[in-house]
Design a protein around this ligand. Structure first.
Ligand code: NDP
Length: 484
């Protein structure tokens, strides 16, 4: 019998006003559990508790905070096999990717545990003689974390860890498609020695619980990762309260393959970037901008590699690409296949559902050639295992195509030329640039974020996170002359 999983409301586990079934996208007969859906009264109760708990946490002392974050990080890393399996089961990414994600989530907590002890302010002399200035960072207060399903543990962790490290309370609304990973992480955090209500889990629908959370005047900041459309709504809803915002949204990343590229490397980068995580990554390489001199050889080699990709159940040994996350997502992907065909693109591989013998949402890895950058498949984020090749005549044209997008999260170039690589690093209009690497795959100790419609607000990750999760206080002190 499937278990029932509660929300964490004001420090206590509580059933909701309803519950949802969580079924595996690899096999719809696999019921993972029933997950509570928070009511609006519960949300209010937990927000009140968060306000009070945050004040206590901010005064709790650095070693206390460091120890809590370190313990969460260590447990995530120690249990990465078990929790990674759960993640893969509910999200659909292959087991190795699920385990890797949970381990990485642990590394975020370990990193920010260390950052707790590196909070050092600045001092200056005032322009007024006899006055000294101290600049210190203070927590922003209660932070709403709204996270997506595609990296259910890692994305939430790179928000929750710095929020707690810098002395804030967190109310977390995870994606409703991946509540099991959310519940597992919340269960670890709830067991720590933290003030009651400092951290809450409010599973529920985005339209109700999510919306009420971001509209609340009791929160001081929202860190959101998800689609552009929902992100725009979050910005609109947060504006009346002037709530601090950090939005990480979609993208349309391009990998440029030059005529001097190591083709094996280019194919490996394209395969990883386009089809890793079933293409459901904000850093996915959905546009492949290929020099005409190597176009045919690159496409032939990529198609051969795609033919060898094992599409199967996420937990099956040897699976390289799991199912897409839901029936709705799969239907959306197939709509894009139709749109590409109607626009005149040529289908080089895939294009349909994949039958692997399970009741899941499987799609073939798909490649289109003969595409133009103005086609819908090259303008809109598909979040699908679909890549489109755009043929170009040279480096300058490649760079122009890479930059011709409303988004700007990552971009990449495969080239042996130091001059081209250097020029690309400086002129690609994206937050992250990759040279001879897939567009996906980033570290945790350096900033992550994009330009254009991909991101809004201060960068996430590394020590750059301090900008969003703290607010600066400037103190002016006139000590006067000591008494004799
Ligand atoms: P959505 O934008 O649909 O949802 C993101 C989160 O917002 C979910 O938790 C969702 O809840 C919640 N939400 C939905 N409506 C509201 C609302 N009105 N108010 C508050 N919260 C709301 O994205 P998906 O979860 O479908 O994730 C896929 C998208 O995320 C892709 O488009 C991708 O580009 C983007 N993404 C971007 C990343 C980046 O770093 N740039 C990383 C990962 C994903 P619910 O699940 O209940 O709908």
């Amino acid at each position: 019998m499937a278990g029932r999983f509660d929300n964490l409301i004001a420090g206590r586990w509580a059933a909701g006003e309803g519950e949802i079934e969580n079924r595996s996208p690899s096999d719809q007969t696999d019921l993972i559990g029933l997950y509570a859906q928070a009511g609006l009264d519960q949300l209010n109760e937990t927000l009140d508790a968060a306000v009070a708990a945050q004040r206590r946490w901010a005064m709790s002392g650095l070693e206390k905070r460091q120890a809590v974050l370190d313990a969460i990080g260590r447990e995530l890393m120690d249990r990465s096999k078990e929790l990674g399996r759960l993640l893969s089961r509910e999200e659909g990414k292959p087991l190795a990717e699920g385990v890797g994600e949970v381990y990485r989530a642990g590394q975020f907590f370990a990193y920010y545990a260390a950052e707790v002890l590196r909070q050092i302010g600045e001092n200056a002399d005032s322009v007024r003689p006899g006055v000294e200035v101290e600049v210190r960072r203070e927590p922003v207060g209660v932070v709403a974390v709204v996270s997506p399903w595609n990296f259910p543990t890692a994305t939430a962790s790179w928000k929750i860890a710095p929020a707690l490290a810098f002395g804030n309370a967190v109310v977390w609304k995870p994606a409703n498609l991946t509540p099991a990973s959310a519940h597992a992480l919340a269960e670890i955090i709830a067991r720590q020695d933290i003030p009651e209500g400092l951290f809450s889990l409010v599973m529920g629908s985005g339209a109700t619980v999510g919306q009420a959370l971001i509209e609340s005047p009791k929160i001081q900041a929202v860190s959101f990762t998800g689609s552009v459309e929902v992100g725009r709504g979050v910005a609109r809803s947060a504006a009346p309260n002037f709530t601090k915002l950090q939005l990480e949204m979609g993208s349309k990343n391009a990998l440029a393959v030059m005529d001097d590229a190591d083709l094996d490397l280019a194919v490996a980068a394209a395969l990883n970037g386009a089809f890793g995580g079933t293409g459901q990554k904000c850093t996915a390489s959905s546009r492949l901008v290929v020099h005409e001199r190597v176009h045919d050889a690159f496409v032939d080699a990529l198609v051969a590699a795609m033919r060898g990709l094992k599409v199967d159940h996420a937990l099956e040994e040897g699976t390289q690409m799991g199912p897409v996350v839901s029936e709705g997502q799969l239907r959306g992907n197939l709509r894009y296949v139709g749109l590409a065909g109607e626009a005149g693109a040529e289908l080089a591989f895939g294009g349909g559902r994949a039958d692997v013998g399970h009741d899941g949402f499987y799609m073939q890895p798909t490649l289109f050639t003969g595409t133009r950058n103005d086609m819908a498949v090259n303008r809109e984020e598909m979040f699908a295992p679909i890549a489109c090749v755009i043929k170009v005549g040279g480096y300058e044209e490649a760079l122009a195509v890479v930059n011709d997008t409303e988004f700007g999260l990552t971009s990449g170039i495969v080239t042996k030329s130091l001059a081209r690589a250097g020029h690309f690093r400086r002129h690609a209009r994206t937050g992250c640039v990759m040279v001879n690497l897939p567009t996906a795959g980033t570290d945790y100790h350096v900033p992550f974020g994009g330009r254009g419609r991909s991101s809004y607000g201060p960068r996430e990750q590394g020590r750059w996170a301090v900008e969003f999760y703290t607010t600066a206080k400037t103190a002016y002190v006139k000590a006067g002359e000591p008494e004799a």
